[in-house]
Design a protein around this ligand. Structure first.
Ligand SMILES: *Cc1c(COP(=O)(O)O)cnc(C)c1O
Length: 245
């Protein structure tokens, strides 16, 4: 099948599944932003996705995203950084992306705040805090295994957050997590639920931020994530097929 048709068909199927999961959570698909994860795919594939209706793209590495975004400047796409960000790449990330999902330390947040302040056009950069709620050692993010049940780690996390929330050039919108890989999405439901409960708690404690976004759910588990309250799903393989690299 032609690649453009294939992507359009995949997108239609993913949108149907998003809409059905949204209904099960008492919402409509308008409440869910689909971020097409375009890592490993070239600009020509992104063009096909955009022509099929994609408005938001996700990349996990600044290095790979930089030339891709440059090659696609003519398209009205919003770009999301979904992978770990090293501070020495923060300047480029601030220039490239519309939202950062992977803020995972106070130092990184402070660096980003300073870099946004230095930009010629004043703006606030939308960010999410990445939280490791599953406790998997391989995962980046603020380490908060168990979420709200983690009485040990919570006080330090609240203290860090109290500082991040005062940074004037960042617009804190919510939380992001990556669930452990599993072929059975039900096993990841508690991870998504823990992130939502944490967000609800933070929204009560820190009402100065919007807390309206929960970035959770990928090809394997996005329906369960939506049932648990995801507002952003990050989907690669269900749209573009298996990654070869
Ligand atoms: C690669 C990636 C995705 C997309 O994963 P798929 O299984 O292809 O849907 C989502 N989020 C992050 C952080 C990723 O690195």
């Amino acid at each position: 099948m032609h690649r453009a048709q294939q992507i359009a068909d995949n997108l239609a199927r993913v949108r149907e599944r998003i809409a059905a999961a949204a209904r099960r959570s008492g919402r409509t698909s308008e409440a869910i932003t689909l971020v097409a994860v375009t890592k490993t795919h070239g600009p020509e594939i992104v063009r096909l996705a955009q022509a099929a209706g994609i408005t938001d793209c996700g990349e996990n590495r600044v290095q790979e995203a930089e030339p891709k975004i440059a090659a696609l400047r003519d398209l009205p796409l919003r770009w999301h950084l979904i992978g770990h960000l090293q501070r020495n790449k923060a300047r480029r990330a601030v220039a490239l992306f519309d939202m950062l999902h992977s803020v995972d330390s106070l130092r990184l947040a402070q660096t980003l705040d300073r870099l946004v302040a230095e930009q010629s056009a004043p703006r606030r950069l939308p960010v999410l805090l990445q939280i490791n709620v599953s406790g998997e050692a391989s995962k980046e993010g603020f380490a908060l295994p168990g979420g709200l049940d983690n009485r040990q780690a919570l006080p330090a996390f609240y203290a860090t957050l109290a500082q991040i929330i005062t940074l004037p050039h960042l617009e804190l919108r919510g939380l992001m997590t990556i669930a452990p890989y599993s072929d059975d999405p039900e096993t990841t439901r508690p991870v998504f639920r823990a992130l939502r409960l944490l967000r609800d708690d933070l929204a009560r404690r820190f009402p100065q931020a919007a807390w309206d976004q929960l970035s959770m759910g990928m090809t394997n588990d996005f329906e369960v994530a939506i049932e648990e309250g995801a507002t952003i799903v990050r989907i690669g393989r269900a749209l573009f097929g298996e990654r070869i690299t």
